[in-house]
Design a protein. Structure first.
Length: 260
């Protein structure tokens, strides 16, 4: 059904990986079955890798940020031990004080056509890495572990973006300004996109019409509750409206009294 389950609004100079870092726990809380998360290349970071590992989520990245290394090192973990493979060799790592090291066979390296571009060149055919580098290396290869038909799930996001930007003005900008109004816009769009998707799903699956009745009842309950909440929050909305409109805070007075 491709439902939107999380919406975050941040200034457009915020790094994608920081936004993801903020949302990982909340995503897992809302969708405890989440085992696999597909993103483009901008959402990976060492911090995120650690969080994903703790929460048992596999991060599938469809592209890699930065320049691609000419010689790819593959770091694998088996029962707490690491093995590093280059195009010609596979070697077990040794633990050093703060990281891991792999000593490649210099005789094989001498005859290697990639020797000049290899990351082991400076360290005399020794390769150092940390646990964080292992996680990052694994993240970049995660997509290769999927069957071909599951490697192209992320481009569906473009359809969502298209729906989101439909009401923007002719310059492709929002018709509202400020974070508060943008959050309201994004959440309302998210709700309407989800309703549209559920409706289309039920239309092509008429055998689920019992569910449709359930949904209608759910909608009625949702809007009834929304109306009640809205009534209770009316004064707060008036207050925010005046603040935004006149750009000034009303004066408050704090009084203190003593009870005998
Ligand atoms: S130079 Fe050595 S370590 Fe580097 S790719 Fe060639 S064989 Fe592997």
């Amino acid at each position: 059904m491709n439902l939107l389950t999380d919406i975050a609004v941040k200034p457009n100079n915020t790094d994608d990986s920081d936004i993801m870092n903020d949302r990982i726990e909340s995503l897992k809380e809302k969708t405890p079955d989440l085992k696999e998360l597909h993103t483009d290349g901008g959402y990976g970071s060492e911090d995120n890798d650690k969080k994903f590992e703790e929460l048992g989520i596999t991060h599938i990245q469809t592209a890699v940020r930065g320049r691609k290394s000419k010689v790819e090192m593959k770091i694998e973990e088996t029962e707490g031990e690491y093995e590093v493979s280059c195009p010609l060799q596979k070697v077990k790592s040794e633990k050093t004080r703060s990281r891991y090291k792999v000593c490649f066979d210099k005789k094989i390296c001498e005859g290697c056509s990639l020797a000049g571009d290899c990351p082991t060149l400076i360290q005399k055919r020794v390769y150092y890495f940390t646990r964080e580098q292992y996680l990052s290396n694994k993240r970049k290869r995660n997509i290769n572990t999927l069957p071909l038909e599951r490697r192209k799930l992320r481009p569906n996001v473009e359809a969502t973006i298209k729906e989101f930007v439909k009401p923007l003005n002719h310059k492709g900008k929002l018709r509202v300004r400020g974070q508060f109004k943008t959050v309201i816009y994004a959440c309302s769009m998210g709700i309407s996109i989800n309703f549209g998707r559920i409706h289309r799903y039920l239309t092509v699956n008429p055998d689920l019409c019992g569910l449709s009745g359930l949904m209608k009842a759910g909608n009625r309950l949702f809007f009834k509750n929304l109306f009640q909440v809205g009534q209770k929050l009316r004064n707060i909305f008036y207050f925010i409206f005046f603040m935004v409109k006149f750009h000034q805070l009303p004066n408050f007075e704090i009084k203190c009294c003593q009870v005998a």
